[in-house]
Structure formats: C-alpha cells, structure tokens
Design a protein around this ligand. Structure first.
Ligand code: ZN
Length: 461
C-alpha cells in the first residue's frame, strides 16, 4: 500500500548520513554572483563509489514499492479513495448506488496556494550563518520576515536550486552547488510545505546528491517533486489535499547544465517534454486532482520577459489541463498572465501562468536579481468545481547587510518595508534608498504588465 508511512529505518539511516557531518564555513566566493552555465567539463567531485561510504546507502537502497516506504508524496490527510489512481472515483467519494443523487461533494472549500522562486545558496551566504560553537549553520534568519506570509499557504512551494548534501559531498557555491542540509530546516521553519527540485542544478552532486537531498527533505516532511531515487519514486502521482481541495503537482526542468543523467538512472531528474507532461496531467486528473500545478524551470537567464518557448509551452500545458504554471530560472522576475480556456461545451476555465518568480534568496545583486516575488493564490471549490480566485503578487527583496565582514541576508516583503514610517534599512544612504524604491517600482510594474488581458485558449482534445 504505497500511501502508507514509513520506511523509518531506511530514512533514519539516510538522514543520519546527510546531517551528521559538522560543517566548516567556507571562504566567501567572490565569483559566485552568477548562475550561468558551468564552465564546461565534469569538474565536480566524483561521487564516491565506495560501497562502504554511508553516503552511498541511498543509492544502493533506492525507494521501492512495498518496503513500507515513507516517501509517499502525498499528505497523510488525503483519503485513500481520492488518491488511489486505480479507483477512478473523484474527490475521495465512493460511487453512489443512487444515480439521481447530486455530486458527492456539495461543499464549498477555500484554500491558499503560495509559491516562490529559486532558493539559491552562493558561497557568501554561508559564513554569516555559521555558528562556531555548535558547528552548524542556521539559515532561518533568511526567512524570518516572510514566514508570516509563507505560513498562510495550505500549499507553500519553493524551488530548491541546490543539493543540500552537506560536507560529505563537499560544500560549494557556483557553478556546481552543494549546500548544508540546514537549508532544509530553514525552509521548514519558513512554512514551506512543498519543495521542487527539478532544475539545472539538480545534478550538481550527481544522483548521490539527489538522494541525500531527498532524504533530508522527506525526513522534514516536505512533499517533493522533480527528482527521484528510483523509477518507482519517479512514477508516483503527487496529490496534496488541504482544506478539502486536492492539488496535483508536477515539476520539470529544461536541463541539468550539461551534466548527463546517469544511464542507469534516467528518472533522476524530470526533464521538460511537452507530450510526457500532458500525459502526466492526464494521470493526475484520472487520480482525482481538483487542480493541477506544474512547476517549470525554464526561460532565459536575466531576461525580464518570457521567451517564445516559455509562452508556447506554458499555454499548451494550460490548454491541456494544467491550472497553474509556476515558473522560475531566469533569476529575475517575469510577469504573470491569465488564460481563459474554452472547453468543447462552451464553458471557460481560468488558468494562471507565472513565467518567473526570480530569486527568492541568493547572493545575486543588481539588475533586479535581488528581487523576487511571493504569489498568493486563492483556490475555490464549489460543487466539485475548482477555480482560481484572487491572485496577489508580493514582491520581495533580499536585504543583505555586512556585520564584521560577514554577509547576512533576509528576504523582506519590500512594499511593506518601504511603506514603513521609519526607514526600514537604516544602513542605506538616501541615494541607495531612493534607488531601491525606483527598482521596486520597476519590478512591480513588470510583474503586473501582462495579466490585464487574458490569453484566449481552446482546451486541447
Ligand atoms: Zn536555474
């Protein structure tokens, strides 16, 4: 019964491996201000092939069905009937004998989806978060100011753009990332429920990095999507049910920075393939998802508007049944738009396409790379029909300060900060404060620039 918890023994083992090493701070990496393609060559540390290396346990014991695995991607509050893709019943209700009865779910449900962009860990972000006394990192301060917003989500999604395999696989920033596992703890503290890993840095520490990262995230109770330790795990349908509404979740990336997926583990990272995604959307619908969110890692870095490939793919997927496209990768925010999808029966379904949410946390500065956005989306379900309600884009800024030569970071909801009567960032000069206000206005205008005129689509057959 794959929905049942858990393979505690295996997970305890894996997570012990992931979290045990106590980490040393690394020197600030002055070059780590970019997320461009790596400079060629497979220069990352080769994952150890030593079977005695405890870090390899996860690869030798990949998640399998029937091992009472803890790694179900589904909330435990989901009724099994609603999740069982074999059952074919909708909304967790059993078919009624009386065909004259109204649809099973007559109730009204409201829930909130929160989504943010890329969680980056450049080398300069490490030393200021290191506690020499405990020899551990604490990244929670990154998220202290946004925690009250993130916690409002029934589903709160982030894209983790680095393995968090820790010192065992070598900490590093750009171009091949690997962060301390404490980053996972900070995401938990912030209030995220769901972490997607399909991005161009997923393979930065190979399949072993994926495995150790997933082990840590699963131990923390996150729903994850986009990378997998086994074919079985990759094939799992992910439906998260909250407040009576089931969200189907998918996540894909355009690529892995030229690092090939292991020949024996082609399932390790979910890659964008339009036809395959459309099939996955169909599987989620058949399994009873009320609405479907597709997280896409795509677009052109530093480009402030979506490119043609982005708009085509996103709109095709919405026409094929996706309700929300949550995009990231360009490291700057791009606009969102609405779609109105006309069904064959004339009814219209609303879709939301977010092209890029930018960097949520990173060391990147300038040209709006230090800005991100939190999306807060109302989801309404009535008489079995689920619709997208109010959409709010809350721009964020990575506030970076220097204390004793070490950088400290905090993601702040920038509109609130700037509206404060007292100067929110006292260390900024009047000129820098003015520039911050101007840049915020630019970012805000950009985010809102596409949604006033919904794109018209026809439901794909
Ligand atoms: Zn990326």
């Amino acid at each position: 019964m794959r929905w049942l918890l858990p393979g505690l023994l295996l997970l305890a083992l894996l997570n012990g491996c992931a979290t045990q090493p106590k980490l040393d701070p690394v020197a600030p990496d002055q070059t780590a201000d970019s997320d461009n393609q790596p400079q060629g060559g497979n220069d990352q540390q080769a994952p150890s092939s030593d079977p005695a290396d405890p870090a390899n346990e996860d690869q030798q014991n990949p998640a399998q069905p029937g091992d009472s695995n803890a790694d179900t991607d589904t909330d435990t509050d989901v009724p099994s009937a609603g999740n069982d893709q074999q059952s074919g019943s909708q909304n967790g209700q059993q078919p009624s004998d009386d065909s004259t009865q109204p649809p099973a779910d007559e109730g009204t449900h409201d829930a909130t989806l929160i989504a943010v962009g890329d969680i980056m860990m450049h080398s300069p972000q490490l030393p200021g978060a290191y506690d020499e006394k405990t020899a551990t990192y604490d990244f929670k301060p990154f998220f202290a100011s946004v925690k009250p917003i993130i916690e409002q989500g029934d589903w709160s999604l982030a894209n983790l753009e680095t393995p968090i395999a820790g010192k065992a696989l070598g900490l590093s920033g750009f171009p091949r990332f690997n962060a301390p596992p404490e980053l996972g703890d900070a995401l938990k503290y912030a209030g995220f429920t769901t972490v997607t890993n399909a991005n161009n840095h997923a393979m930065d520490r190979g399949a072993q990095g994926i495995s150790m990262t997933l082990a840590k995230l699963k131990k923390l109770g996150f729903v994850t999507k986009g990378t997998a330790r086994s074919q079985w795990e990759a094939d799992q349908i992910t439906i998260e049910k909250h407040a009576g509404i089931s969200m189907g979740l998918l996540a894909y990336t355009y690529g892995t920075n030229g690092i090939p997926l292991p020949k024996t583990q082609p399932y390790a990272v979910s890659l964008i393939d339009e036809q395959a995604i459309i099939q996955d959307i169909g599987r989620l619908k058949a399994a009873g998802a009320d609405f479907i969110t597709v997280v896409l890692h795509f677009g052109t870095e530093y480009q402030t508007a979506p490119n043609e490939a982005q708009t085509k793919l996103a709109r095709d997927l919405v026409a094929a049944g996706a309700d929300i496209i949550a995009g990231s990768h360009p490291h700057v925010v791009q606009p969102y738009e609405f779609a109105e999808v006309t069904n064959p029966d004339g009814s219209v379904r609303k879709g939301l396409i977010i092209y890029s949410m930018g960097n949520f946390i990173s060391n990147q500065r300038g040209n709006t790379k230090d800005f991100g956005v939190i999306y807060k989306v109302g989801i309404h379900k009535e008489r079995g029909v689920t619709t997208i309600g109010n959409v709010k884009a809350i721009p964020t800024w990575v506030h970076r300060t220097s204390v004793k030569g070490l950088s400290h970071y905090e993601v702040v909801p920038i509109a609130n900060a700037l509206a404060s009567k007292t100067k929110a960032f006292p260390e900024l000069s009047a000129a820098d404060y003015g520039k911050l206000k101007t840049t915020y206005a630019t970012v805000s205008k950009r985010i809102e620039s596409m949604h006033s005129k919904p794109v018209q689509l026809h439901a794909a057959p």
